[in-house]
Write a protein that binds this ligand. Sequence first.
Ligand code: GRG
Length: 308
Amino acid sequence: MSEADDRPCSDFFSLDKTREYQKLITEAMEEALPPEDRFPPAIHQAVRYSVMGGGKRLRPLLVLAAAEAVGGNPRLVLPAAAAIEFIHTYSLVHDDLPAMDNDDFRRGIPTSHKVFGEAIAILAGDALLTYAFEVLTRISDLPGGPPALEVIRVIREVAQAAGMDGMIGGQVVDIQSEGKQIGPQTLDYMHRHKTGALIRASIRTGAILSGADLEQLDRLTDYSENFGLAFQIMDDILDVIGDESVIGKPVGSDQRNQKSTFVSQWGIEEAKKRAAGYSRRAVDSLAGFGPRGEYLGSLARYVIERKN
Ligand code: GRG
């Protein structure tokens, strides 16, 4: 039995493979970013502060795991993994701004606008979003890397996930729903777009760049949608019963901001049951990938046990 199989999933972050992949991802991001002392230093310092300021690196891990599931070389998708983490980091920096959630802490450290001021934090988010696409185009420079056509497909995929029909659409619905009771369909739209879209794009990106066929891509898309919902339900649960010192930011923010969540809709116990159901369905959609899909399987099991 492989390492991914026989360890409890709460150990996901101590798996040798997770450690190795996180190291590769950090190196890829480090290599991609301009040095901190490049002119004008304020922007490069702010960008590095948020990118290197912790985080689980879940989306880049999904990129690498999807590449592995379809028999690709995870090292050849590292620039895409780094680019997607840049986009995720931009979304966190902007989400924390006074005009959005107005949060003082993220990943256990003061938020970008608290350290660098609001203007630089806005620009750091903008810089990360645009730079991500520059980094994505570099994938076709890698010897033995994916062909340019696949890279263009992925650029479209990631742009859609980050844009108006993806993360931005979800965030708009989130903001406009504050203080209101929203129905299950609106809540579903909000989460599939705000959080789910980039998770889906991460998995599809790893798979497309590694030459997945249509059937593999369909199954992984199914995996990604179930994974995204399990992840978001757990996020809502952790905002109620999580440990602030583990999460790295204050809990209870959804209630304070009068947000509708899966927990406010179903209650904690039902939310936990549904998260477990989505995680199971994600694992089920890996049938047919054999041992290559085991790591994605352990990620889907981890997601409902996570504490941060
Ligand atoms: C474009 C401003 C803007 C927002 C888009 C994604 C998003 C909407 C906002 C991010 C804020 C947020 C707390 C979303 C809920 C789920 C989520 C993305 C949690 C954080 O992701 P993790 O747990 O974080 O992967 P780490 O720190 O581990 O990278």
